[in-house]
Write a new protein. Structure first.
Length: 133
């Protein structure tokens, strides 16, 4: 059995508050805008964080927690190369990496539009409401 712990910190008025990362964006469009802002800033840690948020918003049925999960879900070789370059920029001691923010922005935009078109062309399988108001 797994056990999870939640860290809490006391607040000024004596109540406890939960410390956590910012919530995942429920809207893929918002997540894409935040990702593009991070790409334009060029900070690999922020880009990594925003890529994961974008993947979680775009694929809510998947459990995307890392860049590897995102790569496996998207199945795009050009994205794979950029994700590996981001990881190299984050964890390698080398200053030169193959990471190019402009290429990443184009790849993400293409995947986002492709997913959006695929979702809109899929049939709507939702049930009608039980009761009409």
């Amino acid at each position: 059995m797994l056990a999870y712990s939640i860290t809490t910190t006391p607040s000024i008025n004596g109540q406890r508050q939960q410390s956590a990362r910012p919530p995942v964006s429920p809207n893929a469009e918002t997540a894409l805008k935040l990702l593009n802002t991070a790409i334009s800033n060029g900070s690999p840690p922020e880009i990594r964080h925003r890529l994961i948020q974008w993947g979680q918003a775009l694929f809510p049925d998947s459990n995307i927690m890392t860049l590897t999960h995102l790569s496996q879900r998207c199945k795009d070789t050009s994205l794979d190369g950029q994700l590996q370059a981001i990881e190299q920029a984050l964890y390698s001691e080398q200053k030169e990496t193959a990471f190019t923010p402009v290429d990443l922005a184009g790849i993400v935009s293409r995947l986002h539009k492709g997913h959006k078109n695929r979702r809109s062309s899929a049939k709507d399988h939702t049930l009608p409401p039980l009761y009409k108001n």
